[in-house]
Design a protein around this ligand. Structure first.
Ligand SMILES: O=C[C@H](O)[C@H](O)[C@H](O)COP(=O)(O)O
Length: 147
């Protein structure tokens, strides 16, 4: 498994915290920035992560902005991305188990470092259940191809 992470300026510190968590757990990852506090535009960084996930360059993506909302909106514009904005561990588990979410979005202005780490661990530690959920995820794919 390889995780790719990005943020905007408003998510930089939480992203760094999540990178540290992945390093501690020896999870393969790539941090694509930004690496300075200058104001940047979240769509640019969301696109980088979305492309890595849909191309297979990375297994899962993590995006952090102020609220996580902008990142989730942009990521979900990319075909094949199922981005989930999570504020709780429960949401993160369900996003993987039921929705086969492949990108986790977090808001640094919403959740603290400890909760953010716990959400990431729940997301990475939960597998897609398949079964009835596979049929529903397939309908998401069909909706994408119609859109
Ligand atoms: O959804 C958007 C994100 O929360 C951005 O991080 C936020 O809009 C950035 O705001 P500002 O430019 O005021 O730091």
């Amino acid at each position: 498994m390889k995780v790719i992470l990005a943020s905007d300026h408003a998510g930089l510190e939480l992203r760094q915290e999540l990178v540290a968590a992945l390093q501690e757990r020896k999870v393969a990852h790539e941090d694509v920035g930004p690496f300075a506090r200058d104001s940047v535009d979240y769509p640019d960084f969301a696109a980088r992560v979305a492309k890595a996930v849909t191309s297979g360059e990375a297994t899962l993506g993590v995006l952090v902005c102020g609220t996580g909302i902008g990142m989730s909106i942009v990521a979900n514009k990319h075909r094949g991305v199922r981005a989930a904005l999570c504020t709780t561990e429960f949401e993160a588990r369900m996003a993987r188990a039921h929705n086969d979410a492949n990108v986790l979005c977090l808001g640094q202005r919403v959740v603290g470092a400890g909760v953010g780490r716990a959400i990431l661990e729940a997301f990475l530690g939960t597998a897609f259940e398949g079964g009835r959920h596979e049929r529903r995820v397939q309908k998401i794919r069909e909706a994408e191809s119609q859109g």
